[in-house]
Design a protein around this ligand. Structure first.
Ligand SMILES: [Zn+2]
Length: 597
């Protein structure tokens, strides 16, 4: 298609635009860390100790600059729907990115490459009888929608492989010029692994062996890997100095990262299966191209998602996967996020319905506590004297424990445990109901705890305020308002249809007959909304207004509606509308509880 040769033309401009300056290389302290030959970078010490796959130990996370922390994330190969295994990896790194930003003061520039030309894409497009380009476009959009549904922050910039072919060609030429790659008569270009000597194997330390190469391979050594693949008949291709072809997989990430960050890269992330050979090869390519000692200071790898009870990871090829879309029909993105947080990002994670349910219960417990604490602050929750000193002490202890956990290789399970422990202590105080409520009150300490807990969840991308909207996406609040308007309107129409203003029995019958279509329309609307997971019903609720108890219990009709996949089983009420504008509202803080009683 094209073969322009602008040697990384875009790089200086993009670097300047992102505030990275035009300077070439990394600023490193001369101090060589012991073992592995890893160079501890100079710059901003985040205070975090992170497990670095390059050294296989926890290293202090020091980034080039707090204002422009560089992070490259391998992106998807867009040939099919993403599944829960992918979701898990991207959610875990999204949580780490948020923590680094909000807790440890890094302004992160995240670059993600999208592989939109690849053997799998070509094969799938052929099966589906569509062009590889339209297939890739379709699944790229699908991927972005899934990420948004999971509340994963988009990278600062996505770069597509097919939009950077000239830059990839230039990168390959640079590697050839430095004597680390060779082209063949067939029009392939390979990285010459032997030229790397013992510098290869920085991540996993394995010596590459020949792996299932076809007999007709034109490589010099079986373990050399392709930088450029000569075009096969009926495949998409680009013109290059070596003939028509397309880039190999590993070279894409090296080029795209270098386009934005040059030879400097603080953090590189991906699933553990990418460590070898993909990341190993990226390192080899970049270090010879940039002629630098260390490209990519920290490599972070996430563990696989396993299907409970099986050794195997969730994957397309094993056909044991759950798509993100299917999963989100059964649980909210916040529940999935908490599920992911309950294990270290590095460890394999067992997926089971029970584990998801546990996360759901934890989130409900946190929400219920926050609502109870708010009710207490409003004076709507009768409660004996509070052990205020104990709570202040617990809050302070929790803050320290959470920060320490997060600074220890982003120990999210430890942080969640600390927060749930604080909730446990808060609940114990709120449960201390006495026969005679009154006496001194301690709203400030509960206010402080609520504020801290909400802030904690907000930091990791979970919104407790949105809890009642189980669908969980960013449009929930709007959806909630629209549904509320719609339900209110339906109620008015229905009341009008059933109103009996006429004096005679016959006139009333006639009036009802005339208004029957309105009632039918109301019924149809109710049935149709069920298909969207919204259920409307009238309930007569007993609720407690203020501190009145006993005979003052009032029975008031409340119009309820639920929004979620399977609302009634969750026992989580999404909203309650009072049918009469003048009547007292149910205590919104106790909707869920009221429903269960
Ligand atoms: Zn990559």
């Amino acid at each position: 298609m094209q073969s322009s040769r602008g040697a990384l033309v875009g790089a200086p401009l993009l670097r300047a635009a992102l505030g990275l300056g035009l300077g070439p290389g990394p600023r490193r302290a001369a101090s060589e860390a012991h073992g592995q030959g890893w160079l501890q970078p100079a710059g901003y010490d985040t205070g975090v100790k992170v497990y670095n796959s390059r050294t296989r130990r926890k290293d202090p996370l020091i980034v080039g600059s707090a204002d422009a922390t560089s992070w490259y994330s391998c992106g998807p190969t867009v040939y099919d729907h993403a599944h829960l295994g992918h979701a898990c990896s991207y959610v875990r790194f999204d949580i780490i990115r948020r923590i680094l930003t909000r807790v440890f003061g890094c302004n992160i520039i995240m670059v993600m490459g999208i592989t939109d030309v690849d053997d799998k894409i070509i094969r799938r497009a052929r099966e589906m009888n569509v062009s590889p380009t339209s297939l890739a476009n379709l699944y790229e959009e699908d991927f972005k929608q899934d990420m948004a549904a999971l509340k994963i922050l988009p990278p600062t910039v996505y770069l597509r492989v097919t939009e950077n072919i000239p830059q990839i060609i230039s990168f390959i030429e640079g590697i050839i010029a430095k004597g680390h790659a060779y082209s063949t008569a067939k029009g392939n270009v390979y990285f010459d692994l032997q030229s790397r000597g013992d510098k290869y194997g920085k991540l996993v330390g394995v010596a590459p062996g020949p792996v299932g190469e076809p007999v007709e391979s034109d490589k010099r050594h079986a373990s050399d890997f392709a930088l450029w693949k000569a075009a096969k008949p009926q495949e998409m291709f680009w013109a290059s100095p070596w003939g028509n072809g397309r880039p190999g997989w590993h070279i894409e990430c090296s080029t795209i990262s270098s386009l934005v960050f040059g030879s400097q890269l603080d953090i590189h992330s991906g699933g553990i299966d990418l460590a070898f050979p993909h990341h190993e090869n990226e390192i080899a390519q970049c270090e010879v191209f940039h002629q630098c000692k260390q490209w990519g200071n920290y490599f972070l790898h996430s563990g696989h998602l396993h299907v409970k009870g099986k050794e195997e990871k969730m994957s397309k090829s094993l056909k044991n996967y759950i798509t993100i879309k299917d999963f989100l029909k059964t649980a909210s993105p916040d529940v999935f996020r908490l599920f992911c947080m309950r294990s270290s990002y590095r460890s394999a994670i067992d997926y089971s319905d029970g584990a998801v349910l546990e996360a759901k219960h934890l989130l409900l417990a946190a929400t219920a506590f926050v609502e109870d604490a708010r009710a207490y602050m409003r004076g709507q929750l009768a409660c004996g004297p509070i052990g205020e000193d104990v709570l202040w002490e617990r809050l302070s202890h929790t803050k320290g424990a959470v920060k320490a956990a997060l600074a220890d290789d982003f120990d999210t399970p430890g942080a969640v445990d600390a927060v749930m422990d604080l909730i446990h202590h808060g609940n114990r105080q709120l449960k201390a109901v006495t026969k005679e409520p009154g006496g001194p009150r301690s709203p400030a300490v509960f206010g402080s705890i609520v504020s801290y807990i909400e802030q904690f969840f907000e930091t990791v991308g979970i919104s407790l305020a949105d809890r009642q909207f189980v669908s969980g996406d960013s449009g929930s609040a709007t959806l909630h308002s629209v549904v509320e308007e719609l339900v209110r309107f339906r109620l008015k129409v229905r009341q009008f249809a059933l109103a009996t203003g006429e004096a005679t029995r016959e006139a009333r019958r006639q009036q009802l007959l005339e208004r029957q279509p309105l009632l039918e329309a109301c019924d149809t609307l109710r049935q149709d909304l069920v298909a969207h997971g919204i259920s409307i019903k009238i309930e007569f609720l007993l609720f407690l207004w203020g501190r009145k108890i006993g005979p003052e219990l009032t029975s008031v009709p409340i119009l309820l509606y639920f929004i979620c996949g399977s609302p009634p089983q969750h026992g989580l009420m999404s909203g309650a509308l009072s049918p009469h504008p003048g009547s007292k509202p149910a205590n919104p803080g106790h909707q869920g509880r009221a429903h269960q009683t």
